[in-house]
Design a protein. Sequence first.
Length: 159
Amino acid sequence: MNSTDLQHLRRCVSLARAALEDGDEPFGSLLVDANGEVRFEDRNRVAGGDATRHPEFAIARWAAEHMTPQQRAAATVYTSGEHCPMCAAAHGWVGLGRIVYASSTRQLGEWLAQWGIAPGPVAALPITDIVPAAQVEGPAIELAEEIRELHRRLHGISE
């Protein structure tokens, strides 16, 4: 992970913060093409009742409509949290390239367990359990506390 990766991950954290401030779960993601251009960005939008409105899923849909298979394979998805199984599958089916995440599924699971919060309805699996050939980098230790704080606020945990 390099300084450009961290710059993009910081934008993902900013999008996650915006999601939380709008009453949603704190997740944000970017799609960056092979030339380094941000092609699409989004944040979680599940608060409206559709639990599939994850930014990584939106990225897969957008990429399928707007990029060639070669462009998708050369692109990088940056995200504040490791893909859930649904998003990992969408990533794999669409043929997107590298994934870089700020916090891992394991980290989030550990934080939730510390706070006594039950896990979600879908198994928390690493991306490579869903897409074995995925090129994945993360977590970014530099951003762990900031991500943890967003999730602490989401769940109303005081420390």
